[in-house]
Every structure is written in C-alpha cells, then in structure tokens.
Design a protein around this ligand. Sequence first.
Ligand SMILES: O=P(O)(O)OC[C@H]1O[C@H](O)[C@H](O)[C@@H](O)[C@@H]1O
Length: 568
Amino acid sequence: MASSALISETQPWKDLKGHVEDIKRTHLRELMSDAERCRSMMVEFEDILLDYSRQCATLDTIDKLFTLAEAASLKQKIERMYNGERINSTENRSVSHVALRAPRDAVICSDGKNVVPDVWKVLDKIKEFSERVRNGAWVGATGKVLKDVIAVGIGGSFLGPLFVHKSLQTDPEASEHASGRQLHFLANVDPIDVARNISGLNPETTLVVVVSKTFTTAETMLNARTLREWISAALGPSAVAKHMVAVSTNLPLVEKFGIDPNNAFAFWDWVGGRFSVCSAVGVLPLSLQYGFPIVEKFLKGAQSIDQHFHSAPFDKNIPVLLGLLSVWNVSFLGYPARAILPYSQALEKFAPHIQQVSMESNGKGVSIDGVPLPFEAGEIDFGEPGTNGQHSFYQLIHQGRVIPCDFIGIVKSQQPVYLKGEVVNNHDELMSNFFAQPDALAYGKTPEQLRRENVPHHLIPHKTFTGNRPSLSLLLPSLTAYNIGQLLAIYEHRVAVQGFIWGINSFDQWGVELGKSLATKVRKQLHASRVKGEPVEGFNYSTTTMLTRYLEATSDVPSDPPTLLPRI
Ligand SMILES: O=P(O)(O)OC[C@H]1O[C@H](O)[C@H](O)[C@@H](O)[C@@H]1O
C-alpha cells in the first residue's frame, strides 16, 4: 500500500466489508458449536490464555484480518517502532517505550542511538534513591523517615502508576514490602483533591514526587506549588530540597521550580505520556512504595510481552489478535465501544488507564498523512471490575446495545478466602461469574426456552436475550508484579496494532490542546476581573453569563489573598 493511501481503499478492507453480511447471518450459538473453530481461537503465551471464540468471527474472518494486516504493512510498522524510527511523525519522535523495560544488555535504538544504557542509568539511580528513602538513609528536614509519598501528576503521569499501585497493593509479596508506607496520587487541580491527599499526612514524613513529562502542565504545576507551600509553611523553605523530587524530560524547568537537579529522574521524549508507566514516571513512586526488586519484576513481565509481540507469528500473537479483533468490531461490525471487565478488584484502575492509552491514542479523525478518515477510528473504552459492573451497566450489554467485552480473569487470587460450609470459596464465587457472563452474552435465551419454562406470555419479550454478543476472555495465572506488567504491555501493543491498521498516528494527542488554550483565556479573564474589576468580555453569550454569575457569587474572594491551605 502506498503510504498515503487509506486502508479503507484496499481490497482486503473491501473484502472484510463484504464478509460482514455472512457473519451477521451466523449466530454465535452456531459458531460456538464448532469445537475445531473454538480450539483454533485459543492462544497461549507463558501461562496466559486468550480465548476469542466468542467473537462474531469465523476462521475465514481471521484470515481476512491477517490479509488486512499485510495490506496495512503491520509487520513493517511494528519493526519501525522497535527500530526507533520517528513513527510519531507529527511530533517528529520515535516511539520506544519497549526500551524502558529492555534487559540491561539489550540494544534498542532511538534515532540510531542505543538508549538502553540511559534507561538503566535512571533505573539504577531510582533503585539507589528509593532504597535510601526506604531504609532511612535519606530523611526529611527534621530527621524523620519519609514513609509517605504523594505523586503529583495527571494523565499519563498518573493513570498508569495508579493502576499498577492498586494492582500491587494486595499482592502478598508486594504488600509485605510496603509495610508502614503509603502512596498517594494527586492529579485533579480541584483543591478538594489536595485536601484529600494531605489529610492525615505529616509534612515531616512525606516525600512529594512531581511527575510531569513537560513540567508545564497547568494542573500539575499548581498542585506542585501548593504542596511546596504545604511543606514550606510547616518546615521552612529549605525543607523543600529534602521533601520534593521530580520526574520529567524537562530538567531545566525542574531546577527552575526549585528542585535539586540531582533529585530529578529523567525520561525522554521518545516515551509518550500514556506509555510512560515503565519509565521513572511509574518506577520511582512504585519503587518507593514496594522496593525496586518488585518493580523490576513488573518490568520483566512487560518485557516478556514485548518479545512475544515482536517475534510471535500473528496467529499466535496476543496483542496482534486483540488489535485486529477490535478493528473488526469497530470498523466492520460497527460496534463503537469496548468494555474492559477485570474479575479482580486489584485491577480496579485498569480500565481508566486503558481509557487514556486507547482513546488518546486512537481517537483520531485523520490518517497519519492528514487525510480525513472515511471510517471511525478508536473506540469508547469503559469498565469496572466484575462483579460490580454486573449490578450496574451489564443490563445494557445483555439486552440493549452490543458492546464487545474483554473479560479478564485470574486463576489464583491474591487474597484467597475460604469459609467453612460455603459451597465454593470466595474466589470461585467471583470466577463463576467470569465463566458465566461470556456464554450468557453469546447464547442469550430464546422465546422457546422461556415458553418451556412456563414464563407468562407477556413477559417473554422482556426476558428474551438475543445473544450473539461478542466477547473475549483473558485468563492470567495470578496477579503478581510480573503478570501485571504483561497485562499492561498486551494492551499497549493492542492499541498500537489498531492504530497501525487504521493508518493513523496513535502517538500524538493534538485533540487535548484546544481546551487547554481556551482555559488560558478564561484564567486571564478571572484574574483581570478579580484584580482590576474588569467586565467579562470576548466570550459568547453562554460563557459570559456563566462567568459573570460565577464572579458575582464569589465577589468576597480577595484579589490578593494570603496563602490558605486545606484545613482537614
Ligand atoms: O506529563 P505531563 O507533561 O504533565 O502531561 C500530562 C498529560 O497532559 C496532556 O493532557 C496529555 O494529553 C497527556 O498525554 C499527558 O499525559
């Protein structure tokens, strides 16, 4: 395919379009009765099992998707990513997050330079620093051990580390190493988030890690200044050096902020924010909480998937299969959403993280060459841990809109509970739902079945389930740091595969800029009105009315107030 051609103009895309009608005529009940098909739709890597037999797809569909992958030059695009070419063309950057978890002796180049030694230099520095904080060699300004950490950051500088932290929190090995320590995340610029974070914390025992790739993000910088004030007010300005460190690609701005550059942990512009959890963005706060050796296991897990993604043939390649199936569901079957449903409370923040990884990456309207797309790219990702979701939005998934679901199950619970006399243990109870839901969606329940059950006539339409609703199941052996790294990398690469097929740039995010610049205009207006009493000007009727009301109702706010921090 010529580089500027749209994938939708290729024959394999058209063939898949034509194939949709065949699939729509075939119910999943039928597809599931073909054991040979189902066997072919199970893929294993290490102890991870992917079962995609409940996709509305035949083996012929999968073959057609592989042909589409060829037309999209998927293999070559993956290669270009691993070779450190500048595939993020609108920002003129390479996309090398795989280098963040590469073994020390690996060679991964970005722009022709092996970046693995730089990666390990920072990892070694994190290891050394986190050990000193954890063992009390590095103490706060009053000589107390820093047992609490607040990581200040937003978007990619927040969601991934939060997901991994929540996943490790109840892992027996990780939690043993976190004993007596707390890790908090301050993301929202809402002062309530500040209040909630510092409530109950003592500045004397708290270390603040400011995490920002650019070190210019308005929310993060204001939150960082707020916590700097919280520390200075309690311990004096010189305490900041002992209580604040930073993670950034912009070390000059870190220094300007007043953080000692020796206490800054670098990463690089070849790491996208939403792909940065394996850089110091995640590794520093997580190492402070759990110790570097646990985080190293997490990195090794991600690395195992990097190798699998790079080398496994497409029919055995979990991220490739997942990506192709998502393209099939979105672009051909027309399902705009995807539910991410982990049957593990430890994965409670997985869906919010993947929301950013996926929606910020693939929510694009033009091809990588700037040509408007004649098809929709990206999907709406959402999710909650099972079984909570079942008692909330599953109704819509069973009888309303068709939403392809990812069911994620864990064989061995992090925290098993056995109660004498119960039919099954607590994890079995959870997993009963994990195994049942995909079949409920696939098979549904017919009016005939309901009649056989003597369901009253008038209730039959209400109790009928059409079925034929696609899902896939991922079964992980356990939820150790290693498996968590694997899960992360599977989804990161899946999203990249989708973008590679759609022919978009999955690694920029221009769509977030407009809102930011309009907020700057509002910020200026609020300042001018409060300080100089200037009227609201230059906005449309709606915004002028809302802003004026807001200013009038807060006219008691002094124009030059003294510092006031939350009091709870
Ligand atoms: O890490 P930072 O530079 O502070 O950026 C934080 C976030 O800012 C923006 O909103 C981008 O859309 C995100 O991709 C990024 O993760």
